[in-house]
Design a protein. Sequence first.
Length: 254
Amino acid sequence: MENDNSRRDFIKKSAALALGTIVAGTVANNALAATDFIEKEMIVPEPGKFSLPKLPYEYDALEPHIDKMTMEIHYSKHHQAYVDNLNKAFAALDAKTAGTLNDLDDIFANVDKLPPAIRNNAGGHYNHTFFWRTMKTHGGGIPTGKLAEAINAEFNSLENFKKLFADAAMKRFGSGWAWLVTNKGKLSIGSTANQDNPLMKLDSVEVKGKPVIALDVWEHAYYLKNQNRRADYINSFWNVIDWEGAGQIFEMAK
């Protein structure tokens, strides 16, 4: 029971950290902070009351690497649709089942027993919210601190890590996500199909752990700017990644 409670506490804290971005003063302060969380409606939802969290930057803030129109459509249309459909899926659940789902930890732990609409839309909502916070204005550069040490220890170098992560993103057939995850401080790279994620208790999810970095490789994430050139999109991602935020998430996970 203590381990279950610890795991639940971590999910809430790490997700809140991943979803909590300071947007203040200047773009230089657009970084994750443990003391400024977004409301936890996504983490401890009232059934049927999920909402679209505020994007932590303007639509054009990641230009020229990720274009304004893609960001606007991706956020306001695709992500909004996952939120709307998740609320509809919850409304269709029987009261007993809905009453057992107190947070996303419950959803992802029991996703194999839930309707596909819950799996797809809860995953889409979480994955996108985490993804927005994986990036920031004037991002890029290199990781520092414990995360940099762990990357070097596990993958030998940052460049080799980037190659392996890009390979996972490129080799994901069709639509899905690439992930860097941690299990008790040990990093691993993998990908998931559609809107699955490493928190889901599914045999089909090959990479499991606490997300540290996420990259959306659905075509709607890059097609307007890059057309079919997924590799160009992946290269652009390194210019907007929020290494500071990823480092904070990694250290909290340990």
